[in-house]
Design a protein around this ligand. Structure first.
Ligand code: SAH
Length: 410
């Protein structure tokens, strides 16, 4: 700790600033960071600064705060409850601080905490709680501790036991493409609160290891369905547990609404009067190409990307895909569930105008330790996949963006 700070602890308080005047002197990067919190707290914010960063200017344009485009004057503090001196001019900050002291207004200084009458804690919010950490003038340490606390809460280490049993209903949680780090913060949190988790073959299995031992994990593929449809059996299982007052997380790979039959589950819950929360996931359609180094769009190369299921053969009467139109597109095609019919799909696209030499990438088990990528062309894709022994789950990317990937040496 820097020796200029004395050992007297600060007195923690939560200021309720809604509707109260707060003056921010300065409108640079530091001010911008503080302003977000002040605006959130609905303070009546006056910013005084000759120039502002674009985001502060935008906040002023949106009416979230008032910005006086000029230098600081002592009478700016008139009627204020709280002042932040955040200019890059020490003399100005010192003047603000002295004026605030004389008026008994608490003042934060961005440049010299030892002279300020108040300190800004590192803060964060989680599930209705506010965390604020002061580290005696060491903002990095405060931020690090704050991050640890928030992380712990999100992962349920502090929260799970406490929150479990509080929630009921169903959450449709997108688990992301496979790497357990690629679930959303909200998805992970709800998972820690689940009484029952209904999973699939796809999706981040590693997350299941973190669940408390009394959480019931149901593998959707193993639900017996007799003469009914498998999906109906899954719907019934979800509804059954939720009706019994359990909080059910339906965890799927990617996003539940992208070829995930998630909306059928939402409809079943709605019909049973069960509340459903949807937590979008990172779909494999975009994230798996990205992790393999392929952007699905690139300026001057592709102005569209189309995500298509290859589950049904192109010539099947059940197909809802206009393959002829896709053959005419020059943008990126992302094919899911297409490994089995890759030959027929490629032929159909070529027959309808797509260049046989179009670069293709096939990414198996994207974002996982076992990820493999095959580079080929539309004409050769099916044969190369067979030769190299690639298997589902895999994403097939068709388009010039696959060649763009070469611009970064890997
Ligand atoms: N809801 C999922 C897609 C389900 S369909 C999502 O949004 O990602 C299943 C198909 O998704 C697989 O056949 C495969 O084409 C693709 N897929 C899902 N995860 C994948 C992964 N990690 N790597 C490659 N392909 C994946």
């Amino acid at each position: 700790m820097s020796p200029k700070y004395d050992d007297v602890p600060a007195y923690p308080a939560g200021l309720r600033l809604a509707g109260r005047k707060v003056v921010m002197v300065g409108a640079g990067a530091v001010a911008r960071r503080r302003l977000a919190g002040l605006v959130d707290a609905q303070a009546d914010v006056l910013v005084v600064a000759p120039a502002a960063t674009p985001s502060v200017e935008a906040m002023a344009d949106d009416g979230e705060l008032r910005w006086e485009r000029r230098g600081y004057r002592a009478d700016d503090l008139e009627g204020a409850w709280y002042v932040v001196a955040a200019t890059d001019d020490t003399a100005v900050n010192a003047a603000v601080e002295a004026d605030a002291e004389a008026r008994r207004i608490f003042c934060v200084r961005s440049d010299d905490a030892s002279h300020a009458s108040a300190w800004t804690p590192a803060s964060g919010r989680h599930d209705g709680l506010q965390i604020a950490v002061l580290a005696g003038g060491d903002p990095r340490r405060a931020a690090a501790v704050r991050d640890r606390i928030l992380e712990g809460m999100r992962e349920g280490a502090l929260g799970a036991a406490h929150f479990r049993g509080k929630k009921a209903g169903v959450a449709l949680v997108g688990g992301g493409p496979g790497d357990p780090d690629l679930i959303t913060v909200r998805g992970r949190r709800l998972l820690a609160e689940a009484d029952v988790v209904v999973t699939d073959r796809l999706g981040p299995r590693a997350l299941l290891d973190e669940l408390a031992s009394d959480v019931e994990v149901i593998d959707a593929a193993k639900i017996p369905y007799g003469r009914a449809m498998a999906q109906d059996a899954i719907n019934n299982e979800i509804v059954k547990h939720a009706s019994a007052g359990k909080f059910v997380v339906r965890l799927k790979g990617g996003d539940n609404y992208v070829f995930g039959r998630g909306f059928e589950e939402a409809i079943a819950c709605a019909a049973a009067g069960i509340p459903v929360e949807v937590v979008p996931g990172i779909t494999s359609a975009i994230s798996v190409p990205a992790i393999a180094g392929i952007p699905v769009t690139h300026r001057g190369v592709a102005h569209e990307f189309t995500v298509v299921s290859g589950h049904v053969a192109p010539d099947s009467p059940e197909s809802l895909v206009d393959w002829a139109a896709l053959g005419r597109l020059r943008g990126t095609l992302v094919l899911l569930m297409a490994m089995e019919r890759l030959g027929a799909i490629a032929e159909t696209l070529i027959a309808h105008g797509r260049d046989a030499a179009t670069p293709v990438a096939v990414v198996q088990e994207g974002t996982m330790a076992t990820q493999r990528t095959l580079r080929t062309t539309l004409a050769r894709a099916a044969a190369d996949v067979r030769e190299e022994g690639l298997r589902p789950p895999a994403i097939v990317v068709v388009g010039e963006v696959v060649a763009v990937a070469d611009q970064i040496a890997r």
